[in-house]
Design a protein around this ligand. Structure first.
Ligand code: 8IG
Length: 275
């Protein structure tokens, strides 16, 4: 996705929404896309109408962008993301995030479903990501750097903004939910990890394992946006869980956690916009 394409997509968003800029953006993870349907008076733009945006082929991953006005600003909500394991290029994986930042979104909330490695987590818990381990060998910034987007060697010492993490922790605490923070290890997938791989990740400092989020976080920080990310623990990772992992189990937990997730995002969005 060239600079020109990013700007073209941002121009479509500005004209369709009649909003000159957006202040923040949210990316909804697997099984969490339904949240976008609950937004009042949202303007929907299918990804297919946006230059450079990949159109997800996976059922349940959506494929529309929603624009919504809140007190104090407007937010872009991405319902549907694509993953490297589907065969997409890194450039495609981060196209939405780059477009959002080009629209003015200087704060980004990333959400995902993930496997829990930390034994203190239970399926259904939300975990605020404090840092990540990139175990894929992939990087969305590989290749020629476009200096208009950001620097060649961007700092990654605070990918997940401490103030935004604190604000999100406050929302969880207010709702009486467990407040967890943890390190997210990005694996390429699509097979889940072996127990040995989960044990490796745990010894490296991982609390969560997943197949998304990290490339978007890197691309957003490259462009200077502040990032906050949250994982819904839908399963305990292999070897932590006594039973084999199943995608059905993951979907069932995501369905059950849907209303909690919605309540948390609803409460957090105004803070994300005004931060
Ligand atoms: I949901 O256990 C979900 N996504 N890598 N491992 C990895 N990704 C996941 C997992 C998991 N659960």
């Amino acid at each position: 996705m060239t600079y020109h394409t990013i700007m073209a997509a941002a121009a479509v968003i500005a004209s369709r929404t009649e909003r000159e800029r957006h202040h923040a953006a949210v990316v909804l993870g697997s099984g969490l896309s339904d949240y976008a349907r609950s937004l009042p008076d949202a303007v929907e733009i299918p990804y297919a109408d946006l230059p450079g945006l990949p159109v997800p082929k996976v059922p349940g991953h959506g494929g529309s962008l929603f624009s919504v006005a809140l007190d104090g600003g407007s937010v872009l909500v991405f319902a549907g993301r694509v993953h490297a394991y589907e065969g997409w290029e890194m450039d495609d994986v981060v196209a939405g995030v780059r477009t959002a930042v080009a629209c003015g979104a200087s704060r980004l909330m990333l959400t995902n479903a993930a496997g829990g490695v930390n034994a203190a987590y239970s399926p259904g818990d939300l975990v605020i990501i404090s840092d990540h381990l990139n175990l894929t060998g992939l990087n969305p910034l590989k290749g020629a750097n476009d200096d208009r987007l950001g620097p060649r060697f961007p700092d990654m010492s605070a990918v997940y903004n401490p103030r935004l993490r604190g604000a999100l922790a406050g929302v969880l605490a207010d709702k009486g939910l467990p407040v967890h923070e943890g390190v997210y290890a990005w694996f390429p997938g699509p097979s889940y990890e072996t127990p040995a791989e989960v044990e490796m990740a745990r010894r490296m400092g991982a609390d969560l394992v997943g197949m998304s989020t990290v490339p978007e976080a890197i691309a957003a920080r490259h462009m200077g946006a502040d990032v906050v990310a949250v994982s819904l623990v839908t399963n305990l990772a292999a070897g932590i869980s006594p039973t084999p992992l199943s995608h059905d189990e993951v979907n069932e937990i995501a369905t059950r956690a849907r209303s909690t997730f919605s309540d948390v995002v609803d409460a957090f969005l105004p803070q994300l916009v005004q931060h």
